[in-house]
Design a protein around this ligand. Structure first.
Ligand code: TYD
Ligand code: MG
Length: 466
């Protein structure tokens, strides 16, 4: 017999307790505890004996057929998924509102349906008419693509049982709800329980399921982190709102690597894959301008050749500005401090602006050297040679350290037409025909890049020689 019990759950961390408290004992957040009523079956407590429905077998005897990924048909998405969607798997696609999650999934379902898969899109955020209009624009009106606009999870599961799709998309997990639960739609309890039911249904029916999840401003999946534990794959869709570039990453993936990166561009006709991002990032580059340096960075396993720009300008402010866009502000502060203390470049009294061009975020330490060169290039007014790239991490003593996979980075730079790189002294041999300028300190690196601190500074006074 089913009976109802109340639990008190934290909206931040998902931790539960037997009674309401003002502060969560788990994460310390205030006023986040809400009551949840859950039904539990009386028979569930008696399950101490092994269930007769499962069987232990030698691992090699387990059936592996049917678990090959089914390609979606969108190259950049398949790359991140490690080949495609696995039957019975549950994928969570997270991203800020408006970043393009619904667009990506509609295009994915259209491609799947075009390849003969039966697809069902359960839309809990928009009306069926709105989705149809968008689908018409994206050329996604396929006979195999079914649509239901509903927020009631039981109804969605009933439709899924009737349509029997190979792939089900629920957009979004925060807007569907289970009326049997007392808590409000979007609350931790609802999201958790709905996700659990969808996971169970996905496994039972062997149906690939994709859940859309909104993320909060600071990038965390709204509501419970528990969602990340119960799904097989967590994808994160990111990008700057004012740029067309979108990055798709696997944060967790039970069926493949998490190091792949998918790149898309948002256009008037939906998302298009960007298989060769190098040209996209460098197309508008002013190679002879001071303050511009190209860095071969690595996103997962994918090398991206990105232009970094710095502008050091005389400041009218008592506390000069330090602005980092697409770069880590902590690393900008550190590189600035090393330049001041170890090299003798004075940035006092100057506003410092640094950015990674093209809407990409470059936060890895491997971009330190390029950032330092860009700053000095701006201070001295000397441009770097147009065929030069730089990669290396800077230590607090002003020394250069090697970064991972330098070979792959330089190979990508060579492919895009660059011929030389400033690298740490310990870096491995470059690809054939590519020249490396080795340096063990930042001072040496500046000299090898042809940046002289004696050069006449432009605009504001001071580059002090070392
Ligand atoms: P959407 O997929 O609705 O975002 P999400 O589901 O993540 O909230 O896409 C939102 C934005 O994408 C919207 O502001 C308009 C833009 N967009 C295009 O630029 N081109 C298109 O073809 C489509 C469908 C959307
Ligand atoms: Mg949406």
């Amino acid at each position: 017999m089913a009976r109802t019990r109340s639990v008190y759950r934290c909206g931040e961390c998902g931790g539960e307790g037997p009674q309401w408290t003002g502060r969560c004992g788990g994460c310390g957040a205030w006023n986040t505890i809400v009551e949840e009523r859950s039904r539990e079956s009386a028979s569930s407590s008696s399950g101490l004996l092994p269930s007769a429905t499962s069987r232990a077998v030698p691992i090699a005897d387990v059936e592996s057929e049917g678990w090959e990924p089914r390609p979606v048909g969108i190259g950049e998405l398949d790359r991140v998924l490690g080949g495609g969607l696995v039957a019975g798997s549950v994928t969570l696609l997270g991203g800020e509102p408006g970043i393009g999650k619904s667009t990506l999934l509609l295009q994915a379902l259209s491609a799947l349906a075009g390849n003969g898969a039966r697809c069902l899109l359960a839309c809990a955020e928009e009306s069926a008419q709105q989705v149809r209009m968008r689908a018409a624009r994206l050329g996604a009106l396929r006979s195999n693509l079914w649509l239901v606009a509903d927020t009631d999870l039981s109804a969605i599961l009933a439709h899924a049982a009737t349509v029997a799709p190979d792939v089900l998309v629920v957009d979004s997990i925060q807007t569907v709800f289970d009326p049997d639960l007392a808590s409000a739609p979007g609350s931790v309890g609802q999201v958790r329980e709905c996700a659990h039911r969808l996971v169970r249904a996905a496994k039972d029916a062997g149906r690939a399921t994709i859940l859309v999840g909104h993320v909060t401003k600071d990038g965390a999946l709204a509501g419970p982190r528990v969602l990340e534990h119960i799904v097989d794959t967590v994808l994160s869709f990111e990008g700057e709102r004012h740029h067309a570039l979108r990055l798709l990453r696997a944060v967790k993936h039970r069926f493949g690597p998490t190091s792949e990166l998918g790149l898309f561009e948002m256009t008037d006709d939906g998302l298009t894959g960007v298989p060769d991002p190098g040209r996209l990032f460098l197309s508008d580059r002013q190679a002879h301008a001071p303050g511009s340096v190209v860095v071969p960075t690595l996103e997962g396993h994918r090398p991206l050749v990105v232009e970094l720009q710095a502008l050091v300008a005389k400041s009218p402010l008592a506390t000069p500005r330090r602005s980092a866009q697409g770069l880590d502000s902590g690393r900008l502060a550190m590189v600035s401090a090393v330049l001041e203390e170890r090299v003798g470049v004075s940035l006092a009294g100057a506003d410092v602006y640094a950015l990674a061009v093209g809407g990409v975020r470059v936060v890895e330490p491997g971009a330190d050297l390029a950032l330092a060169l860009a700053l000095v290039s701006s201070v001295t007014g000397c441009a770097l040679p147009p065929d030069l790239v730089a990669c290396g991490e800077i230590g607090l003593c002003g020394e250069l350290r090697q970064v991972s996979q330098t070979g792959r980075r330089l190979a990508e730079a060579a492919r895009l037409g660059f011929g030389r790189a400033v690298v740490p002294a310990s870096a491995p041999e470059p690809p054939a025909g590519f020249e490396v300028l080795r340096a063990s300190t930042l001072v040496e690196a500046l000299a090898r890049a042809g940046l002289s601190l004696e050069a006449k500074p432009v605009g504001f006074p001071r580059a002090v020689s070392a």
